[in-house]
Design a protein around this ligand. Structure first.
Ligand code: ATR
Length: 265
């Protein structure tokens, strides 16, 4: 029987997970399919019962359900629990498990850049769903200090409740950092800009954008122009997908040129 996998979210149209997973499924000769599905919040329960009944064998969860799905699950892995964010689910022994592969995805992505993270200072822009995973990954890489800033300060305050050593700065302010991470949705539209004094802050600093489409946001463009080192979210996306694939199929798929090219938009 062909096993069915899904990515659910709202919106979901932009997701490239099906392209990547179906490429790996074919390449590894696995009898499975992977599709994307737009869901409303009130459809989550039915979706979980489809996994219970094995109509669906596993799923990726994306915005805005990574946190909302948690009360419907039987158990969380320690990383999902710590981040309160689930991006991968599967069933084991009649239990629906929530896992988080964004943490490792981000961690491996940073490791691959060869940037030193240990004892450095990071500034995170944004306080949405992905930020707790980024914080945990940075801590695993022994970051010295994390600052966060968000347009709506209350959401940054919520994050500080879990990660008390994170420091909040006002939206629009800047501190001296080594690494700056755009975790907002600003940049998804090509015309979007994040107002920063790039000329002053960029030289020899490392800029990471969680966004991978468009390939180069204005945030990365401006930083590069003034001597910053830059990386887009493609690497994080690839590694979170690779780990989810391993969890479901027991095979670690290759991130080869063809896989990477699927995301070269
Ligand atoms: P959610 O908050 O529902 O999890 P998300 O896509 O994970 O959604 O996060 C969106 C992030 O982008 C938030 O940090 C958001 O800031 P607010 O909390 O103030 O909404 C940020 N964001 C979105 N549009 C923005 C804009 N025009 N300017 C600044 N920040 C913006």
């Amino acid at each position: 029987m062909i096993k069915k996998f899904l990515v659910i979210g709202n919106p979901i149209q932009h997701s490239l997970s099906p392209d990547l997973h179906n490429y790996w499924i074919k390449k590894n000769k696995i009898n499975a399919s992977y599709e994307k599905k737009l869901l409303q919040e009130n459809e989550l329960k039915k979706f979980i019962s489809d996994i219970e009944e094995e109509n669906i064998h596993g799923a990726n969860i994306t915005v805005p359900f990574k946190n909302k799905i948690i009360p419907l699950l039987d158990s969380l892995t320690s990383e999902a629990d710590r981040s309160q964010s689930v991006n991968t689910i599967y069933k084991v022994k009649n239990k629906i498990i929530g896992d988080n592969t964004d943490i490792d995805g981000f961690k491996i992505a940073l490791e691959k850049t060869k940037q030193t993270i240990e004892n450095k200072t990071a500034l995170i822009l944004g306080a949405g769903g992905v930020v707790s995973s980024i914080i945990i990954a940075l801590k695993k890489l022994k970051i010295d200090k994390i600052f966060i800033t968000n347009r709506t300060e209350k959401k940054a305050t919520e994050i500080k409740k879990t990660f008390s050593d994170v420091e909040i700065i006002k939206w629009g302010e800047i501190i001296d950092f080594d690494i700056i991470i755009n975790a907002t949705s600003v940049g998804l539209d090509k015309a979007d800009v994040i107002k920063l004094d790039y000329e002053k802050i960029s030289k020899d600093k490392f800029f990471y954008d969680v966004i991978y489409n468009p390939k180069e946001t204005n945030f990365l463009k401006e930083a590069k122009k003034f001597g910053g080192k830059t990386e887009n979210g493609k690497t994080m996306f690839l590694y979170q997908a690779q780990k989810a694939f391993f969890i479901w199929h027991g095979v670690l798929p290759k991130i080869d040129t063809e896989a990477i090219n699927l995301l070269n938009l």
